[in-house]
Write a protein that binds this ligand. Structure first.
Ligand SMILES: *Cc1c(COP(=O)(O)O)cnc(C)c1O
Length: 224
């Protein structure tokens, strides 16, 4: 199946309120353009350098999402154009994003990443860390970042009950924080980013409204 056929097939299955991030990491510009021509405008990358190269080469109405772990010293390269950073996992990182956003005279939207998987390899904060970040004085002083939701990755497993439980944990925290944090300039909790090719259907049932899908659109990645 072609990129366009895959995209059409997946989009048919997504409820209207769910945003599709087409994860194009490792894939060439030609593949991205195929999806672009089918109407896709939101793309996700996990390496800042690769995303920056693609941003330079491709149409400027593409929204680029940084979905991977962010190294603080590289934030400056994406600050001029990134439209959403999914993997914010510390106040220190948010501070750097705020600093670079300010230099570019922008307000950068961010999601806080929660660690929900049983695996220790996945990044993210726990509930206490997320709450303390949101309520910190330092965060309240940052004028160039806005927290618009949460992101999480489930364990890579066939065990659907476990995946469901992990997504539900994230959805519960999202709903709780939404209730306890009225919308301000700094915080407007709208986005719950969870679900990839293998588990997006479970994620949507659990309340996700943004899915990050790569291999089901572009085919398997080749890292060699
Ligand atoms: C690669 C990646 C995805 C997409 O994975 P697929 O299984 O190819 O859909 C989603 N989210 C993150 C954070 C990723 O790094």
């Amino acid at each position: 199946m072609s990129v366009q056929e895959n995209l059409t097939h997946i989009k048919k299955e997504l409820p209207k309120n769910v945003t599709l991030v087409a994860v194009s990491k490792t894939k060439p510009n030609e593949a991205i353009l195929e999806a672009y021509e089918a109407g896709q405008r939101v793309f996700g990358e996990n390496k800042i350098q690769e995303m920056t190269d693609k941003w330079e080469a491709l149409p400027k109405d593409i929204e680029w999402h940084m979905i991977g772990h962010v190294q603080r010293n590289k934030v400056k390269y994406m600050a001029p154009f990134v439209s959403l950073i999914h993997g914010v996992d510390s106040l220190k990182l948010l501070k750097e994003i705020n600093k670079q956003a300010k230099k570019n005279d922008r307000i950068i939207s961010c999601l806080l990443q929660m660690h929900i998987a049983k695996e220790s390899t996945k990044f993210g904060m726990d509930e206490t860390e997320i709450k303390s970040l949101i309520s910190s004085e330092e965060f309240k002083q940052m004028e160039n970042v806005k927290v618009i939701g949460l992101m999480g990755m489930a364990t890579f497993t066939e065990n659907e009950a476990q995946i469901k439980e992990e997504f539900s944990t994230l959805a519960s925290l999202f709903n709780l924080l939404k209730e306890s944090n009225p919308t301000t300039e700094k915080i407007d909790l709208q986005v719950l980013s969870m679900g990839m090719s293998g588990d997006y259907k479970i994620a949507i049932k659990s309340g996700s409204n943004m899915v990050r899908i790569g291999s089901s659109i572009f085919g398997a990645r080749n890292y060699s």
